[in-house]
Design a binder for this molecule. Structure first.
Ligand code: B12
Length: 218
């Protein structure tokens, strides 16, 4: 890990916004990938979360962390060109019911759009039926669910049950992200889980290719 990256994790955990912004600018100047920088900041927010759990940080500190993250996002993605036309069916995204965390979702959808995917982002605290409606509307094949609070796992599970009841489960791959792991995947009934947003693009592309569902662009 480069010195700038180490310092970035530390500055983010201290919630030192000026220092974070400076280090990101420096990192971009010396050619560190925006996604590597974002990942270091994410490591810093994990530390913020730990300190919050221990009672050393408060809700206001979580809010501060999210504000810094948003400022960094604006800084790193402003120069990226969005590829306008997708070769693949629309991917449905949303933070599930009872959860309002959306920074990771927004990074992931940003990366996917940058890589040429059409995304329907339903926002945060999205009830299961909204996902079902969106899958029908876009004839979608991939649904991506974000969840960071424990309650989100129940909502993910319910959403997947609703897809099943609507007869859409066999045609839909469900990927979950956020604070998830293999146990959460099993509990919710999702097909895949990932916490590294850079891997989602490849995963979706592989899913579409494997299922021969590429829509040929003319
Ligand atoms: C910032 C933050 C907030 C902000 C969120 C702002 C926003 N617009 O998102 C605010 C202040 C609003 C907030 C509120 C709350 N928070 Co909060 N928050 C955090 C914090 C510090 C960072 C989260 C974050 O943005 N991380 C950075 C992003 C980039 O990471 P990420 O979301 O994991 O996303 C990455 C990957 O997961 C992936 N990804 C994301 N989505 C998807 C989807 C797919 C399909 C894929 C493949 C990948 C993918 O891409 C991203 C980049 O790699 C975490 C601590 C932590 N360890 O995460 C606590 C944390 C999540 N919050 C927590 C809590 C308790 C709360 C509150 C309940 C506090 C309260 N008392 O009100 C409320 C929740 C209200 C609700 N119902 O949702 C707890 C949850 C504990 C639990 N197990 O339930 C945590 C873990 C803190 C802690 N240690 O206690 N929070």
């Amino acid at each position: 890990m480069l010195k700038t990256q180490k310092m970035l994790v530390a500055a983010m955990s201290r919630l030192d916004e000026a220092m974070v912004i400076n280090l990101v600018k420096q990192g971009l100047q010396i050619g560190i990938s925006p996604y590597v920088l974002l990942d270091e900041i994410r490591a810093g927010t994990d530390r913020v979360g730990e300190l919050y759990s221990k009672g050393e940080y408060f809700l206001s500190d979580l809010i501060m962390a999210s504000e810094i993250f948003k400022d960094v996002l604006t800084l790193v993605i402003k120069d990226q060109t969005v590829i306008p036309r997708s070769l693949y069916p629309t991917v449905i995204f949303g933070t599930v019911e009872d959860d309002i965390h959306d920074i990771g979702k927004n990074i992931t959808t940003g990366i996917m759009r940058y890589n040429g995917f059409d995304i329907c982002d339903l926002g945060v605290d999205v009830p299961g039926p909204k996902f079902v409606e969106a899958v029908k509307q876009y004839n979608s094949r991939v649904v991506c669910l974000t969840g960071l609070v424990t309650e989100a796992f129940e909502s993910m599970k319910k959403t997947i049950i609703l897809l099943d009841e609507a007869g859409l489960r066999s045609q839909t791959i469900v990927i979950i992200g956020g604070l998830v792991n293999e146990s959460v995947r099993k509990y919710t009934g999702a097909d895949y889980w990932a916490t590294d947003c850079t891997k989602v693009t490849e995963l979706c592309r592989n899913i579409f290719v494997a299922n021969q569902r590429i829509i040929q662009s003319s």
